[in-house]
Design a protein around this ligand. Structure first.
Ligand SMILES: [Zn+2]
Length: 148
């Protein structure tokens, strides 16, 4: 730990995380060890039943890889959600870096949810109890989306 801190302070090109200002920006920090991005992730992960997955990029990606071919609605939703979360957090980081615009994490959560909902609306769903639970979780109108 001491050695790590020494290494960090000894290097000029290590950048402070623009989301929390409390740590060095690395991929693992941004996804999702950072206080800010972890809170964002905690605000969305329950919508795809990923509460039990450790909030590290390794754990999350291996969880996704295991379900990569699955067409189950929660697997599909989790792929969309992780992609949207990573994209939006990176986008927020860039908007802070380039234009110094800061958005609260509640706003980021809202953007992620809306991004995924927009994609989910275009799908057709089979009538299963999992699908119904999923659509309720995402506040999508079952009558319009379910196949007969
Ligand atoms: Zn951070």
């Amino acid at each position: 730990m001491i050695q790590w801190q020494h290494g960090v302070t000894g290097s000029m090109n290590q950048m402070c995380c623009l989301l929390c200002y409390a740590d060095i920006e690395t991929h693992d920090h941004l996804f999702f060890q950072c206080n800010y991005s972890r809170s964002v992730w905690h605000g969305v992960r329950n919508k795809v039943d990923m509460n039990s997955v450790q909030e590290s990029w390794d754990e999350i990606s291996s969880w996704l890889v295991q379900r990569a071919k699955s067409k189950a609605i929660y697997a599909v939703g989790s792929r969309l959600l992780v992609a949207a979360a990573a994209y939006t957090i990176w986008n927020e980081r860039n908007s802070r870096f380039f234009s110094n615009k800061l958005r609260p994490l509640e706003k980021i959560v809202e953007i992620i949810i809306n991004m995924v909902r927009t994609k989910l609306i275009s799908f057709k769903y089979k009538q299963t109890s999992n699908v119904k639970r999923f659509l309720e979780e995402w506040k999508l109108n079952k009558e319009d989306l379910l196949e007969d």
